[in-house]
Design a protein around this ligand. Structure first.
Ligand code: SF4
Length: 326
């Protein structure tokens, strides 16, 4: 892994909300706030956090389904932040997305063959007479076969539908895929199969992934590096091993303590960190650390000053005042 494929610099995505007649101030939801990270070619970056932390909004902003409020998105050394619809077309072919709910993201009136062929037609890829052959190749890549081409989404199980979602993302021969919680809606036994398929595809096709999830155990399996988000902020990022073996941020420690351990002896000795305090709102967030109301290690400085994401060990960054003076 060498060069960066994607660089995000100070990315913000805010949503203006309607305020009631009794409210004086503008209401702005800070879904993603000043996030900076990079993803190398062929790498998988896992992005983890609880619901509402902004990880899905970040993924959607990267593929330009949402317009960024500020900051920069650089893809393969080209700044794509302000490209218009037409200019984005060639990048849309290279940057694809797999969605959480495969059923909702597939047109129920189209056959699987047509669903996968559609992006090829939009991007004018392959000669028309060769498209069916290409669809079949892709179906086989994701573990389906020719008998599935003429069927409709409702005829498939959840796992098979997600394979169709992956096949559709592959139709344009992409380089980079944002996997937005692709296994969250699936049974545990199927989750591992989908993860294995994604890993095999990465090896065969040289893909780069941004893998968004709230399940830390699955993210560890597939990710080279892991980033942790809390209330719109990236609070920790490092290699998977570093984050899992030596977490620095109190929020990461709490997330890791919640992972179930199958061995009852080890599990009974493990200390679970229960986060107390209110979950703050991302609407007009106040100053200081965003985790302060739930952090068991909070101190005075955390109330006033927002911690910056800094590198405290080699390739290990954290945003927490506990490490500010290291
Ligand atoms: Fe906790 Fe303070 Fe660190 Fe925030 S900056 S995570 S409140 S110790």
């Amino acid at each position: 892994m060498g060069e960066n494929l994607l660089e995000i610099k100070g990315l913000c995505k805010h949503f203006n909300l309607k305020k009631s007649i009794f409210e004086k101030n503008k209401k702005v939801l800070h879904a993603v706030d000043d996030v900076t990270l990079e993803i190398k070619k062929g790498e998988t970056l896992g992005l983890v956090g609880e619901s509402g932390c902004g990880k899905t909004t970040l993924g959607r902003t990267v593929v330009r389904l949402y317009e960024p409020t500020s900051g920069e998105i650089v893809y393969d050394n080209k700044n794509i932040t302000n490209l218009n619809f037409q200019e984005m077309k060639s990048f849309r072919r290279k940057i694809q997305m797999i969605f959480q709910d495969p059923y909702a993201s597939l047109n129920p009136r189209q056959t699987i063959g047509d669903i996968i062929k559609e992006p090829m037609e939009i991007h004018n890829l392959y000669e028309e007479k060769n498209r069916d052959k290409k669809v079949l190749e892709i179906l086989e890549l994701v573990g389906l076969n020719s008998s599935h081409m003429s069927r409709y989404p409702h005829e498939f199980s959840g796992g098979q539908r997600q394979r169709v979602g992956i096949a559709r993302a592959l139709a344009c021969n992409p380089e980079f895929i944002v996997c937005d919680e692709p296994i969250s809606a699936l049974d545990v036994s199927i989750q591992a199969q989908i993860i294995n398929t994604l890993e095999e595809l990465q090896k065969k096709l040289g893909l780069t992934y941004l893998f968004i999830a709230h399940d830390l155990s699955m993210v560890k399996h597939i990710s080279d590096r892991v980033g942790i988000m809390y209330l719109g902020k990236l609070v920790e990022i490092s290699t998977s091993d570093e984050v899992y073996n030596t977490p620095l941020h109190p929020y990461t420690e709490a997330l890791l303590s919640a992972i179930p351990i199958p061995d009852p002896d080890i599990s009974s000795k493990k200390e679970r960190i229960i986060l107390e305090g209110d979950i703050p709102t991302p609407i007009n967030p106040k100053g200081g650390c965003r985790f302060k109301s739930r952090c068991p290690k909070a101190f005075e400085k955390c109330e006033e000053i927002e911690p910056k994401l800094i590198e405290v060990r080699e390739n290990h960054k954290v945003a927490c005042h506990l490490y500010t003076n290291i």
